[in-house]
Design a protein. Structure first.
Length: 187
């Protein structure tokens, strides 16, 4: 099994594997090209976004800078929006539903590391993140490995999402918790 296959499966893997290094370098180059592109050259920006994301680059809106580990492991629905300074560490798949919006400085982090210092020197791993349709994630929120955020939910600014969020709720805090339901009888 390749290191990339181990990584995507959530198993411990060697991040210094040449294939993974090359994929990260390609993503970094695309993120830099996006950051330095003219806001008036929509065609150039769109070409970068299509090449960067595994799916959804055709309709995503991104205000640079935007940073990710690989990009190709990020699958977007239609009309996803990232405001400035968003970071997606996609060592495992990141799936984001249609109409979802991210405020400035949001971090989506699939990467995790062993607690044991000796193990941490050579291996890391990750857990996938899924975010449903029509979710709004407020500025500075952090979504941690393995979390699913339900459809139509709102994550308050500055929240740290440590566990799954149901559909149709507002969550906030560190760690975030349900503040209220958005529609009676759901979630």
């Amino acid at each position: 099994m390749s290191e990339r296959a181990r990584m995507l499966a959530g198993d411990p893997y060697d991040a210094n594997d040449p294939e993974l290094v090359g994929l990260r370098q390609a993503a970094e180059a695309r993120c830099q090209a996006l950051a330095s592109s003219s806001p008036f050259d929509e065609a150039a920006r769109r070409a970068i976004l299509v090449a960067l994301f595994g799916r959804g680059g055709e309709t995503v809106g991104v205000h640079p800078p935007f940073w990710c580990d690989y990009g190709v492991h990020i699958e977007l629905g239609d009309r996803v929006f990232f405001n400035v300074n968003c970071v997606v560490l996609d060592v495992c798949p990141v799936r984001i539903g249609s109409g979802t919006m991210f405020g400035p400085g949001v971090q989506i982090l699939t990467a995790t590391h062993p607690l044991d210092a000796i193990e941490r020197r050579g291996r890391e791993s990750g857990r996938p993140i899924t975010i449903g349709d029509d979710v709004w994630v407020g500025g500075g929120a952090i979504i941690l490995p393995g979390v699913t955020v339900g459809a139509r939910s709102v994550v308050g600014a500055g929240s740290v999402v440590t566990r799954d969020v149901p559909d149709d709720v507002v969550v906030a805090g560190n760690p975030c918790r349900v503040i209220r339901r958005l529609w009676p009888g759901t979630a």
